[in-house]
Design a protein around this ligand. Structure first.
Ligand SMILES: C[S@@+](CC[C@H](N)C(=O)[O-])C[C@H]1O[C@@H](n2cnc3c(N)ncnc32)[C@H](O)[C@@H]1O
Length: 508
């Protein structure tokens, strides 16, 4: 089973994931710290206000944090160990910045659930940065070790080199991945990486020699030290076997020009997840990522024939993951994929539109834009002058030429003026087409105003389309209304071709 959950991972872990059902869990929660250690630890303002603000935006000492704190220290539901309760009480005394306590409360609640859902043979990898790793180790020890779990490694992911000199500290070029076992029953698969010839000779403290057949070898130093008859080890055999990896991983960040890069700011390289998944799971095992972002873990788990569970609180992530799994052709979604938590009827669409959650913005709008465009729109996160536009789609209009469609979503209160404003936005954005997705049925004046915007001639498709179209949420959900636009010229059959027109035409 492959399941993508849209929602808060605490609720989903508690309500949907059974005890002892997961073989491997990797998480990479948001932290938003980077260079501002002193700002996070103390109350001092200073050099980088934007970063400090990003942290405060993410972790607030709000009702949710207060409730989570109370839940832990009163051991509501009997979920927490004595060590966890004492640790959170102690952190309250130590941390004079409550945003940081909010972060540890959030993590403690979730790590407690992750421990519960892991099988006795299960492994847990927590990806963080050096700003938080020392505190998180305390949380992990309190949750895992107090219940028979075990600390295994602090993995250093060294992701880059920077040659520029820094006057105040060494360049920070690593993240920390804390690796814990649910119990002593956990086992690791052997994972190797290629040796270089130089490494072989320095690791064995032996010179590479050449035998009478011209084959390179070294003397086996284990047999030397143990007094056994000295044996030859051929370099080709050693290279073939590979080098067992240690706890410092040199894996570069995804290069800016790589096809792997999806434009998601915190995207991790597949090579990193491949190593973790291969080391701590086998084919058919269940891999969980409770903060799955743009889906690196689930994409690699899928490729390596694991079952998987992905959870994310933003629809932007869910949309990106669906697009990533669908592949370049758009048809490769796993057959047994279940997507849970997305609106399936008008009541749940309304609930999403009315959801009050300070941690996420414009979720209903993102869901509507991405669903209508089969996850192909770019979401407009800006709050400035163009705030009326929620998404933009680029489509091929002629060889080498792309045009845009702007999309606006209204969860209520749409009227004729909405269409007039959308028309203005379309012109300002130099877009050829615009779509309004509305919760309510459009009124007659709205339909007339949209018609008045005229038509666009898509030369390549040999068709004319209304410049402004109105789609209702009911059409989106009940009739599966979707926009189909050719992204590139190659995808379009010559104008007049019946098949091309049907397959790729605008669904208007
Ligand atoms: C650092 S990113 C993960 C990036 C991911 N490893 C990748 O390679 O794409 C953290 C993710 O956690 C999600 N998130 C934050 N709080 C969450 C919560 N309470 N429940 C579920 N997801 C959450 C965010 O929406 C974000 O996508």
């Amino acid at each position: 089973m492959k399941t993508l959950y849209y929602g808060d991972n605490l609720e989903i872990l508690r309500n949907k994931i059974p005890d002892e059902s997961v073989d491997l869990c990797y998480i990479d929660p948001p932290f938003n710290s980077k260079r501002n250690y002193s700002q996070i630890y103390n109350n001092i303002g200073g050099e980088d206000k934007a970063q400090a603000q990003a942290f405060v935006d993410t972790w607030k000492w709000d009702d949710q944090a207060r409730d989570g704190f109370a839940e832990i220290i009163t051991n509501r539901g009997g979920r927490f160990t004595r060590q966890v309760i004492e640790l959170i009480k102690a952190l309250e005394l130590i941390l004079n910045k409550y945003e940081l306590l909010a972060y540890f409360v959030h993590m403690t609640l979730r790590i407690t659930e992750i421990f519960r859902v892991l099988k006795p043979t299960g492994s847990f990898y927590l990806h963080c940065d050096p700003t938080a790793s020392h505190y998180l180790k305390l949380v992990l020890d309190a949750v895992f070790v107090s219940q028979g779990g075990d600390y295994r490694n602090e993995i250093i992911w060294h992701y880059g080199q920077r040659l520029m000199h820094n006057k105040f500290k060494f360049n920070a070029k690593h993240d920390v991945i804390l690796f814990y076992a649910k119990s002593r029953k956990m086992r690791l698969n052997t994972v190797t990486e290629p040796w270089s010839r130089e490494e072989i000779s320095s690791a064995r403290a032996r010179k590479i020699l050449i035998d009478d057949d011209g084959r390179e070898f070294i003397w086996d130093n284990r047999s030397v030290s143990k007094g056994y008859p000295v044996t030859k080890q051929y370099i080709s055999d050693i290279i073939e076997k590979g080098k067992a990896i240690d706890d410092v991983w040199d894996i570069p960040m995804i290069p800016a020009t790589s096809a792997e890069r999806l434009g998601y700011p915190t995207q991790k390289p597949e090579a990193l997840l491949e190593r973790i998944i291969k080391a701590s799971s086998n084919e058919g095992d269940v891999v969980l990522d409770a903060y799955c972002g743009c889906g690196t873990t689930v994409a690699v788990a899928e490729r390596l024939n694991r079952q998987w569970i992905g959870i994310d609180i933003t629809y932007h992530s869910i949309g990106l993951i669906l697009k990533r799994l669908a592949g370049p052709t758009g048809n490769e979604l796993p057959k047994d994929l279940v997507v849970d938590g997305i609106p399936q009827d008008m009541a749940s669409a309304r609930a999403l539109a009315n959801r009050q959650d300070d941690r996420v913005r414009k979720e209903f709008e993102k869901w509507a834009v991405l669903t209508y465009t089969n996850n192909r729109a770019a979401i407009n996160e800006k709050k400035g002058a163009d705030k009326g536009i929620d998404g933009i789609v680029y489509f091929a209009s002629a060889p080498g030429k792309t045009e845009r469609m702007v999309i606006q979503v209204k969860s209520g209160g749409a009227n004729r003026g909405t269409i007039a404003t959308l028309k203005g936005d379309m012109q300002r954005e130099k877009a050829e087409l615009a779509t309004l997705i509305t919760m309510d049925e459009p009124t007659r004046p709205m339909i007339e105003e949209a018609k008045n915007a005229g038509q666009y001639e898509h030369v390549l498709m040999g068709r004319k389309y209304d410049r402004i179209r109105i789609v209702t949420v009911a059409e989106l959900i009940e009739q599966g209304a979707r926009l189909e636009l050719p992204l590139s010229y190659d995808a379009v059959k010559p104008a007049g071709s019946k098949q091309g027109g049907n397959q790729l035409g605008l669904d208007l």
